[in-house]
Design a protein around this ligand. Sequence first.
Ligand SMILES: Cc1ncc(COP(=O)(O)O)c(C=O)c1O
Length: 397
Amino acid sequence: MDDLQRYNRATAHLDPPFAVLDLPALRANAEGMLHRAHGKPIRVASKSIRSRAVLERILAMDGFTGIMAFTLPEALWLVSTGMRNVLVAYPTVDRAALTELAAEPLAAREITIMVDRIDHLDLVDSAVAGVHDRQEIRLCLDIDAGYLAFGGRFRAGVRRSPIRESDQAADLATQIAKRPGFRLVGVMAYEAQIAGVGDDPPGKPALTRAIRLMQTRSQRELITRRGRIVQAVRQITDLEFVNGGGTGSIEKTARERAITEIAAGSGFFHPRLFDFYRGFGGHPAALFALPVVRRPAPGVVTVLGGGYPASGAPGADRLPQPYLPCGLRYDPNEGAGEVQTPLVGQAAEDLRTGDRVWFRHAKAGELCERFAGLHLIDGDRVVDEVPTYRGEGRTFL
Ligand SMILES: Cc1ncc(COP(=O)(O)O)c(C=O)c1O
């Protein structure tokens, strides 16, 4: 039985739209990630999962430790439901959440927040000024891991921290060490230009060469710079962890001595954008099904909904991929629509009203902001349904 038959058979009792998670595919992806990490622990990026039940399944496997959360309210909620060791990977200015963090011993013990300027500490101090018996706040220093060339005129990577060099990192670490109420426990440097940029984009040879060159140089530069930074900060304070990488760079990041753990999330679902890497593959694990609701003309079918573009620089690569049956594509004039999406191509000839089309999201966790639950498939059966964050009434971003 092929995947299309298997998915259709497993979900025959369900009315689309709905989303599924193929459990054997998820497990195989997780095992592949662990293999690439060469024994270094992987911290699970929750933004790319957005379902507590799925996070729990992953964390039950050896080799995955802790969560990389995307907001402090999310981290507080996760800890209140039993999760531990949560790093919030982006700075927070949410005063109510900071107040809760400073007031709750369990939350303060299990959550680490991200800083890259002394302003962040000032903001925390002012937010929690009224807290009686304030807990010590655990901090992680965010480092800019972007790649610069031509005297800074070329830049690859994401705009995050202003801290780039070891003296800047040491300076901030020293200021934190002198400041009551805080403890620096970690360093994070995320190399998005390697981890999040596929080095095998189809049909673009010149771009492919440029990406590979940039990534090789960036990796080389990062090994020394990240090492220097970590060494400098360790002279000021004991660090519990040094985090780096993402799904696309696991094996490269794991090789660096300075790194104690890798962050990764997208690899579990293996969404469309992760098809374009030379170093690893994966199995599409998260899919959504939309029903064919009409057939406007021969060779065209229209499905309900579909306009779930992924975040990032806008472009066709951000649209979901019409995945099964093979051979369907968007009408270039309409793309993926708000309430309906026409699809053209050979396979449209064979689809009937009421049939379903299976899609993959371009990214991983954003899919879960569209659906309240994930139907878990094993073989040709749905074995469970688990809520997404949205299904639990939680929409953090
Ligand atoms: C700080 C940080 N680490 C790691 C990642 C990698 O996550 P993923 O493996 O889901 O691509 C991201 C993605 O944006 C990130 O922001």
